[in-house]
Design a protein around this ligand. Structure first.
Ligand code: FAD
Ligand code: NAP
Ligand code: SF4
Length: 678
């Protein structure tokens, strides 16, 4: 029995096969599933097998063209293609791992005109109206699922996962919201769930008894017209009877307006729904969503919420998650901060996935930190994410690294980010880097403002001095009621009841999020408060598990401003921007754009509207405080001085290199890539 995580490291006996532990790497779309990247996928999965994961699930493969998520997405329809998958499955098996292939039919969520669905009803999140399947068409889709599963077995997979949740095709058959048929596939619930049951039953008949079938079942739809609890239970029992090996939990349809995996969702916020289901079935159930550290996973299992825990993004962030936990090195885990910035946001922008905290994720064949045969003395100035990433990679490769920072702690701006309610996971990133500095032997000097005279004798110098706030040059900005985001977030300046925030980029939104909370506000990391704020209810009491949201109102009157026209926060993350906008709106934050700042006075801030046809004219917004969040400019003085002295041996990374559209993803990636080369 494992002394710290006895439940997590207990093997799971599935009868015909055994899993080493209770950790499932859940399915993630990486962008490598298009049939041309089997070697890269093999390297990606093998690294995670060596890291000790019990079972992995691939990204979704469509069973036919209509099931593509987008044109030319991954699909498995021929034996020829199955043979190519052997590159992946053979490599995984050689390392001693187990892997299942996910079969995903996008239904009406398909981003192409060949989309099909139970009924001709367009989804709110895709532009294509699906074609309604005929009775024969439904049979053909079932046949396609079965064929795909047989091919997956032929390809050497240990099993499949049938994607039955998140609002994709199978899920669409289950609820009247998307299924308005009146044949044997629609109408009463027995008819609506027939499609799911037939797929599982016929697949089991075709693949035999010694093949894992995971069914991903939507335990809480999070849409008002979703399944009720009786239906969820009926389906689960039917799926068990039809021959599934394991039920995995799906949380929320993609069109749901409730966050399910973003960083502001408290850890393990949804495992209670899996627990409800676990009491109704006898096959193993998996829970998921925002489980990102071993102690969280262990607690979920110890509390009896599930038999196994699915962690997808945490294994992008750290392929060695399981082995570190097993060897009592949990403090070395590079924790997924649930930002979606390099994984899901990339998928939705048709870019290859990676990870903000681990740029090697999905790039295992091209970004490697090899031991150097030419040991150098290297100085890194600035211990923000760019400098931390560069220095730890350099030291891990065998270089002698001195890291300097003017501040008394590492992390640079992440020390402000971590103060924003809902972004506490940045504490983990800083814990990880502190540990890495120690393990790799970087010589860290804090409280050390570096000037060029301190940098002689180094073979290379890396300047990662970050950014300074942009001066917006607004008349009257020296008024004592004007603060910067640094005053508010770092120095905890007192902020009055009426606030105007200048600038509505990532930092303006974060400052607003910080200011809508007071000491009396509910704890954002408390699941019960969070679920109530977003209107998540027990699906036994309310269809789909949704009721009216109850966001606490802001204790301050806040107005967020930008000069440009258009939606405020338009450039925030593709999959998370709507959450920030929605939170602020519900808290009562006003958002105003299309204006010029005229003057800050004791009365507040005077603006004029850009639209000359508007009758609004000038307007003064009263403000106890005006907070400047008007962007940033690079800190390059040190670099400019050094480059004259040292020439090509000086390197510039992170915000010091380019402040525009800078984020920690770019800073860490740039630091790691430079460090891999030197
Ligand atoms: P910095 O983090 O600015 O670090 C530079 C370091 O250099 C500092 O520690 C400074 O003390 C040191 N330094 C400067 N000059 C010297 C010198 N002469 N001698 C010694 N030391 C020196 N990004 C995201 O990706 N996701 C987010 O959710 C996110 N949220 C944010 C929220 C807030 C409130 C803020 C302020 C930023 C946020 N960011 C976020 C942005 C992210 O923090 C920055 O992009 C990132 O920190 C830039 O990294 P950097 O290493 O280039 O610079
Ligand atoms: P930003 O996103 O570039 O936003 C700057 C804001 O200031 C804009 O709203 C801009 O709008 C305004 N502005 C620009 N010049 C101005 C001027 N001269 N006078 C007045 N207003 C001006 O930058 P940021 O908010 O400072 O964030 C810095 C970086 O950190 C960003 O690149 C961001 O991606 C990153 N970050 C990311 C996150 C995240 O969650 N991913 C969170 C925080 C920060 P107008 O020009 O229309 O006025
Ligand atoms: Fe987690 Fe962010 Fe990495 Fe995605 S990019 S795996 S959410 S840390």
């Amino acid at each position: 029995m494992h002394p710290v995580y006895p439940n997590l490291f207990e093997p799971l006996d599935l009868g015909f096969t055994q899993l080493d532990n209770r950790i499932l790497m859940g399915s993630m779309h990486t962008g490598l599933e298009d049939g041309n990247h089997h070697e890269r996928l093999a390297a990606y999965f093998c690294e995670r097998v060596r890291g000790g994961v019990g079972l992995m699930v691939t990204g979704g493969y469509a069973p036919n063209i209509s099931g593509w998520v987008k044109p030319f997405a991954g699909m498995l329809v021929t034996s020829r293609a199955a043979r190519k998958h052997k590159i992946v499955t053979d490599a995984v098996h050689e390392e001693g791992g187990k892997i299942a292939m996910q079969i995903l039919h996008a239904g009406r969520y398909a981003y192409h005109p060949l989309a099909v669905a139970p009924s001709k009803i367009k989804s709110p999140i895709t532009p294509f109206k699906p074609r309604e399947l005929s009775g024969r068409g439904v049979e053909k889709q079932i046949g396609a699922f079965v064929r795909c599963a047989v091919l997956a077995r032929e390809a050497g997979y240990d099993g499949i996962e049938v994607m039955g949740s998140e609002g994709y095709l199978i899920n669409e058959f289950l609820v009247e919201h998307t299924n308005q048929r009146n044949d044997k596939w629609g109408g009463n619930y027995a008819n609506r769930m027939r499609f799911a049951l037939e797929i599982v039953q016929r697949t089991r008949e075709a693949v035999g008894s010694d093949f894992i079938i995971i069914y991903r079942l939507s335990v809480i739809d999070l849409i008002p017209q979703g399944s009720n609890w009786d239906e969820v239970v009926q389906l689960a029992k039917g799926i068990e009877k039809a021959g599934a090996t394991i039920i995995n939990s799906g949380i929320g349809w993609h069109e749901a307006r409730i966050p399910t995996i973003a960083t502001s969702v408290p850890r393990a916020a949804f495992t209670w729904v899996t627990e409800k289901l676990k009491q109704e079935v006898s096959l193993p159930v998996i829970t998921s969503n925002r489980i990102n550290m071993p102690d969280v996973a262990e607690k979920v299992l110890a509390d009896g919420h599930a038999d196994m825990v699915s962690m997808a993004r945490p294994l992008l962030a750290d392929p060695e998650f399981a082995i570190k936990a097993k060897n009592n090195r949990s403090d070395e885990i590079n924790t997924c901060i649930a930002c979606n910035q390099a994984c899901l946001d990339h998928t939705f922008n048709s870019k290859l996935s990676s990870c903000l905290v681990n740029p090697r994720a999905c790039h295992e064949t091209e970004l490697n930190y090899l031991t150097t045969d030419k040991k150098k003395r290297i100085a890194v100035v600035g211990a923000g994410p760019a400098g931390l990433s560069a220095s730890t990679v350099l030291a891990s490769r065998g270089h002698i690294v001195d890291l300097y920072d003017a501040a008394g702690e590492i992390g640079g701006q992440l020390n402000m980010a971590k103060m924003v309610p809902g972004k506490e996971e940045f504490f983990e990133t800083l814990r990880y880097y502190n540990k890495q500095l120690e393990l790799t032997g970087v010589n860290l000097s804090l409280n050390t403002l570096v000037d060029p005279s301190m940098l002689s004798g180094y073979d290379e110098v890396i300047v990662a001095t970050g950014v300074s706030p942009r001066n917006p040059k607004i008349p009257g900005q020296d008024n004592k009621r004007v603060l910067s985001y640094i005053d508010v977030l770092r120095h905890k300046a007192a902020v009055g009841e009426q606030v105007v925030i200048i600038g509505a980029g990532g930092i303006g939104f974060d400052v607003a999020e910080f200011l809508i909370h007071s000491d009396a506000s509910p704890d954002v990391q408390d699941s019960a408060s969070w679920l109530s704020a977003w209107g998540v209810a027990d699906p036994e009491d309310s269809r789909g598990g949704v009721v009216a949201a109850k966001f606490p109102k802001s204790p301050r009157g806040i107005t967020l401003m930008q000069r440009s026209e258009g939606k405020l926060g338009a450039k925030l993350g593709k999959t998370t921007g709507w959450i920030h906008r929605s939170t602020l709106k519900q808290a009562g934050v006003a958002m105003v754009g299309g204006l010029s700042y005229e003057e800050i006075t004791d009365a507040g801030i005077k603006i004029s509207y850009n639209d000359t046809n508007s009758s609004a004219g000038d307007e003064t917004f009263p403000a106890d405080n005006v907070v400047l969040c008007a962007g940033q400019v690079p800190n390059r003085e040190l670099y400019d001085m050094l480059v004259e002295q040292l020439g090509s041996n000086v390197h510039l990374i992170g915000g010091a290199h380019e402040a525009s559209e800078l984020d920690a993803k770019r800073a860490i990636n740039q630091g790691a890539r430079l460090a891999a080369k030197l």
